[in-house]
Ligand binder design. Sequence first.
Ligand SMILES: Cc1cc2nc3c(=O)[nH]c(=O)nc-3n(C[C@H](O)[C@H](O)[C@H](O)COP(=O)(O)OP(=O)(O)OC[C@H]3O[C@@H](n4cnc5c(N)ncnc54)[C@H](O)[C@@H]3O)c2cc1C
Length: 474
Amino acid sequence: MRDTKYDSVIIGAGLSGLAAGIRLAQFRKSVLVIEKHNIIGGLNSFYSRFGRKIDVGLHAITNFVKKGIAKSPLCKLLRQLRIPYDLLGLCEQNFSKIILNEKIVQFNNDFSLLESEIDRLFPRSIDVFRQLVEHIKNFDAYHEDSLQNTSTRAMLSSILHNQELEDMLLLPTLYYGSACENDITWQQFVILFRSIFLEGFARPFDGIRKILTLLLQKFQELGGEKRLACEVQRIETCNGKVAGVRLNDGEFIACRNVLSTIGYPETVKLYDREHFNDTPKGQLSFCEAIAIFEQQPNQYGWNDTIVFFERNNHFLYKKSIDEIGTSSGVICLPNNFNYENGQSLKEGMLRVTALANYERWKTLSHSAYGTMKKYCFDLLIEQAVKILGNKYFDFETWKKNLLDRDFFTPLTIERFTGRVNGAIYGSPEKIYNGVLPVKNLFLCGTDQGFLGIIGAMLSGISIVNRHLLLEQPS
Ligand SMILES: Cc1cc2nc3c(=O)[nH]c(=O)nc-3n(C[C@H](O)[C@H](O)[C@H](O)COP(=O)(O)OP(=O)(O)OC[C@H]3O[C@@H](n4cnc5c(N)ncnc54)[C@H](O)[C@@H]3O)c2cc1C
């Protein structure tokens, strides 16, 4: 047997990498997580600005269910990681909205609200909507043969025969997980529909830090090792099998298995540069504006947690022509969760996400980039305030008095995560079984097809359970 230093090396300390690391360490496998940044969390990390801790992306943790719903993804995940439910400190959303032009549908973590809203707005479609929900509940979305390439648009239009209702259901689901323009596979739609509408939204008071701290603590207690600020430059192979990883400083780390969480094309690039060119790459990226203010949003009558909006009659989910698209987007108010003991976040926060165009941002000069960020910030915030309503204040004065503002672009995402084109939802081609052409090299996370924070963690666990806990011949 070769003298391997680690049983497994995990590339990336995002949510899937940390969950996979815990699972391996629980089975006494020697495991090293390597992360190119000096902080864990990946796409869902946090940063400090003027003493404030800001989540990189977190709007809400999807898949919320109350304690003890054994078969739910959240409870399954916690059971596998042996983390008690209460430690997450999840607090439920107030309520959220889908706005399609003039039509508004409210929903919260009780599915009957969405059902009654659909009955109110689309009374003639309520029976087919209920049939759709039954179909979604009974569909085995985690089976590998589960209609992976079936278009959701085609499925929904054949079931609902109602373009507006179809668009309303697609607004949150595409924004929270589709790597493809204007559509999503049926399998992924089912996973997202359940996680957003049949389960729900929640957030810990301290945001993503709470979850990252828990995961890291658990991983280290079990003997897992991590290296931060350390980039894997190559996955070395020998006779078609993993030999180890080469770091950016030239160091070689031998291992039996490599689990990559960095994305499909990004992983291919580490072992086969030629093949990288033909690997499908994600094209969809986003911008987000973050405004911080003194007041609580409810003082302005802003009680929604998340608002998904489209200003036109028909929802188009497409790479924008300009730096940002303003016809649709997502507004999030992290203050509007029911925090325990009536606690509230110290300051108000408004986050606005819009579709973007990576190439447009990429070709701006340094100074034009800064100017464009300011312009797009103003555009997105003004639009969000209009949608939320501003009868209690003068917008220009409010904007002048903001405590802080930040804006990220597809280039920010690319720089901090290594995702090609800043594509948050990764490649349009998913590797559902996690198997790559190199022996003992596996893929988990976004490009394995599981979505969001809970999906990423489940992906890490399921790929470990399936491929790395079996005794492999050396
Ligand atoms: C702005 C934004 C908002 C979001 N909002 C939500 C939300 O509200 N709710 C939700 O459920 N999900 C949300 N998501 C999605 C969620 O964050 C992701 O699905 C999930 O975090 C993906 O985790 P991952 O482990 O698969 O990948 P990643 O988080 O991308 O982890 C991969 C890690 O690998 C590291 N890496 C890359 N290349 C190398 C290398 N060569 N060597 C070493 N390390 C490397 C990266 O730095 C990164 O840390 C959001 C994402 C973004 C960007």
